[in-house]
Ligand binder design. Structure first.
Ligand code: AMP
Length: 322
């Protein structure tokens, strides 16, 4: 067990002895012992580290709703396919722990090794049926099984009352909501809005891969998705049917304006309840029916994903409103 301490107030202050500590659990056993010592309900923020304001917005939400907040930092190998960026994924554990401490997190679960989390002869995993057929699942064949399995294991270790996820990874949010429901896990899933850079680029640990020439044009993805959303939002008269092929064209036409986009992996207009592709959207109650417009593109060698919510999806998905 490690206990790190930071002074929050200057020595001249009458509260000079106020200190904040953060418990760093480096093993599953240590984390389980911490969880048992804490009678308070735990709010939990799972991450892979290389933290930014997007992650910290989840921490803020957890802090505002729970006495005790636990974050995890674990680059989960089972959600990476061969040839993906597991080996070069950015790692900055000490800096991350400091950021979490400053933000008031009580405990960080940072397993020291993969062996802590996965037995060599592991037999069981969580298989999210059908998610391998959605756009992001086709693009990343091992991703959803890896995510569902690791989040299930983390929930069993940390035993949180609530867990906080970002809209940035929308299919992951929908998957976790379904897993919790299907497997009767006693965890409330809270989905928080995507935090963006000033130009609209969704914050991501992988943005560190962007070169100096790629970064200034990386906002093209958000601009393209917003063009699709605006197309849907214009057609809000009840009963009006929107052809999703036209929405896709609106997105693609903006992506096509940027020569540095080397590949468009997909543009998806999907149901916000199960991420299946939609052919039409029908407006009712002066709102287009719920949908998630999402896309994955390559800017040079960097893969960027993002999404926007349309119509009813905004109210149905987001637990936290902007
Ligand atoms: P990761 O470390 O990429 O696995 O992300 C950990 C959590 O942070 C996931 O729930 C992500 O959806 C969330 N997250 C990542 N980027 C953002 C962002 N820009 N805004 C809000 N949440 C985010």
């Amino acid at each position: 067990m490690l206990r790190r301490t930071v002074r929050l107030v200057p020595f001249s202050s009458p509260y000079a002895f106020a200190v904040r500590t953060i418990h760093v659990a480096e093993s599953v056993e240590d984390m389980i012992q911490y969880q048992r010592r804490h009678r308070d309900q735990i709010g939990f923020v799972p991450t892979m580290g290389a933290l930014h304001e997007g992650h910290l917005s989840l921490v803020d939400q957890a802090k505002s709703r729970n006495e005790t907040v636990v974050a995890s930092i674990f680059v989960n190998p089972t959600q990476f396919s061969a040839g993906e960026d597991l080996d070069r994924y950015p790692r900055q554990l000490e800096k991350d722990i400091e950021m979490l401490k400053q933000r008031g997190v009580d405990c960080v679960f940072a397993p020291k090794s993969t062996a802590q989390m996965y037995a060599k002869d592991a037999l069981c995993h969580v298989e999210p049926a059908r998610f391998s057929n959605i756009m992001e699942g086709i693009a990343r064949p091992d991703f959803f099984r890896g995510v569902a399995t690791v989040v299930c294991k983390l929930f069993n270790i940390v035993q949180p009352a609530s867990a906080y996820f970002g809209q940035k990874d929308i299919s992951q949010c929908i998957l976790i909501q379904k897993m919790v429901r299907d497997l009767n896990m006693p965890v409330q899933v809270i989905i928080c809005p995507t935090v963006r850079e000033a130009d609209g680029l969704a914050m991501s640990s992988r943005n560190a891969y962007l070169t100096a020439s790629e970064r200034p044009v990386a906002d093209v993805l958000y601009r393209a998705l917003m063009a699709g959303k605006e197309y849907c939002d214009q057609l809000t008269a009840d009963g009006v049917e929107v052809d999703t092929a036209a929405v896709e064209r609106a997105v693609q036409s903006v992506l096509a304006t940027e020569p540095m986009v080397s590949h468009v992996e997909y543009v998806s207009i999907a149901s916000h309840t199960d991420m299946t592709e939609l052919k039409t959207l029908i407006a009712f109650e002066h709102k287009s029916a719920g949908a998630v417009i999402s896309s994955a593109i390559r800017l040079g060698n960097v893969r960027l994903i993002d999404n926007v919510l349309v119509g009813r999806a905004i109210d149905d998905i987001l637990s936290v409103k902007r």
